[in-house]
Design a protein. Structure first.
Length: 95
């Protein structure tokens, strides 16, 4: 119950909700579809780090950095991808 704990933060979100400049990790692999296969080729897979680099003023597309690969993606595609906030430890490395 989240009401009982005022410090509860929901770390899960859709990729489309990731703010500019923020980092996250993919929670699952893309589905077994042609688009999912292409996303896997570009590095979208469970545990990989992603950050939001740029967003078009009209909203689409959005440029994400997946590992070391820049990937442009429509928001409707990013809506179907679950990510969790990346937490950094005190040394600036991913936990």
């Amino acid at each position: 119950m989240t009401d009982a704990c005022p410090f509860f933060i929901d770390w899960n979100m859709r990729l489309s909700e990731l703010p500019l400049g923020e980092r996250a990790r993919f929670e699952s692999d893309p589905p077994a579809t042609p688009l999912g296969a292409r996303l896997r080729q570009l590095g979208v897979r469970r545990g990989e780090t992603v950050s939001c680099l740029l967003s078009h003023p009209a909203g689409d597309p959005v440029l994400y950095l997946v590992g070391e690969t820049a990937v442009a993606m429509r928001r409707c595609t990013a809506d179907g991808i679950s990510v969790s906030a990346a937490i950094e430890n005190k040394y600036g490395e991913d936990a």
